[in-house]
Design a protein around this ligand. Structure first.
Ligand code: SF4
Length: 385
């Protein structure tokens, strides 16, 4: 019973490492990887490496050692998600379109939960694809053009903290116009660590390898996606800029940080007073949706992450018996954001290039085609008549 009803699919763990080995063995296939923000807080735990040692560049070295052709950063497409989602939110707000709150859409565990338990709220879920899916769509279009290769030659792998991401990349609406999947395989942190061990790679002995360009650059705003509140904070930073033409203090929205299960706050952006909420854990999401349904609360924008603490505590991360790691991992991301040189998604130079050279602007026709989806594009079993 639980196995079929677990909203994040975490009770149906499957191992996809053989698919990676097959792709790496095929000389005709270009194998590329994207590494999710929260992986850098956790992958080294199983090798006894500190977060300072277990960098994303060290993981890149491991993947290159395995034979991956290109290694990129999902922080890039988290920035892209922010450009699209913040623009979508501002468009709704200024045109008074649809109902509020708008809900974030980057967590497939949450999207599955709302579809199965509160389908009446589905029209309020952002149409922006998650960073995993946006990355895959850009890899097989913009980046295939850069490489001058047929997108069918690209095998797109995501390294995620998450089991629900395996289901997400296989949904029928996560394809290009020719029916090719944006992402071919989603691997969890634990699976990638199993591959490292199976291939006798010693991360401690490798030197860092820089990520590949141009999809290997992410901002601090993209990086904090891995912790509860991070998507909201990143979106507000860019929404403020898009609405006013000026950057806010990058820490202006830090009230949404922290491990409290249901946080709320109010901010004023270009004369609009916004009430926002951030919840993590599906019990909190259930309470919030019930309160919205009963008219007990009102919000303009709501972030929900299914796992307690967000992706840093994701179901695919290394497990330490009886120890909840999310609160220990999240500060790693906030430190990297604080110390990084780019703290706004809209200042990521690769984001500027992809809009200038390929997408035009957020919510353009091609951006809608590649980066957005119909949240009704796949149905829960109970919705199929
Ligand atoms: Fe996956 Fe993150 Fe959502 Fe958990 S919070 S289900 S790890 S996307």
């Amino acid at each position: 019973q639980c196995i079929t009803h677990c909203p994040v699919g975490a009770l149906r763990e499957r191992d996809d490492t053989d698919k990676i080995l097959d792709a790496l063995d095929d000389p005709e296939t270009i194998v590329l990887a994207q590494i999710a923000p929260s992986i850098r807080t956790a992958w080294g735990e199983e090798f006894g490496l500190s977060p300072e040692e277990a960098t994303v560049e060290r993981l890149s070295a491991c993947l290159k050692e395995m034979g991956f052709d290109y290694v990129f950063d999902t922080d890039f497409s988290a920035d892209l998600t922010i450009m699209e989602e913040a623009s979508e939110f501002l468009h709704k707000l200024t045109h008074n379109e649809g109902q509020f709150p708008m809900f974030t859409s980057c967590c497939p565990g949450w999207v599955r939960f709302i579809k199965s338990h509160y389908p009446e709220f589905i029209p309020q879920v952002s149409t922006s694809k998650s960073p995993q899916q946006m990355f895959g769509a850009i890899a097989k279009s913009y980046y295939a053009d850069i490489l001058k290769v047929d997108p069918k030659k690209i095998f797109s792998v995501s390294i995620m903290p998450c089991l629900a991401k395996k289901a997400e990349c296989a949904y029928p609406n996560m394809v290009d116009k020719d029916g090719n999947f944006d992402v071919d395989v989603a691997l969890t942190t634990r699976e990638v660590n199993r591959l490292i061990r199976a291939l006798h790679i010693s991360p401690a002995k490798l030197s860092d390898r820089a990520l590949d360009m141009p999809l290997g650059i992410g901002s601090g705003a993209g990086n904090i996606f891995g912790a509860t509140g991070g998507v909201m904070e990143a979106a507000l930073r860019t929404a403020y800029y898009l609405a006013t033409g000026e950057n806010p203090d990058p820490d202006a929205f830090q009230e949404v940080r922290g491990m409290e299960g249901w946080k709320e706050s109010s901010f004023s952006i270009a004369g609009n007073k916004l009430k926002i909420a951030v919840v993590h854990g599906l019990a909190n999401a259930d309470r919030l949706l019930n309160a919205l349904k009963n008219g007990q609360v009102h919000y303009d924008f709501v972030e929900v992450m299914a796992c307690p603490g967000g992706c840093v505590g994701g179901g695919g991360q290394p497990i330490h018996d009886q120890v909840e790691m999310a609160a220990l991992r999240a500060p790693v991301l906030y430190k990297q954001d604080r110390e990084g040189s780019i703290r706004f998604s809209h200042e990521n130079p690769s984001i500027k290039s992809v809009y200038k050279d390929y997408l035009g602007e957020p919510l353009s026709e091609i951006a809608e085609e590649l980066l957005h989806t119909d949240q009704k594009g796949w149905l829960m079993p109970q919705e199929i008549k």
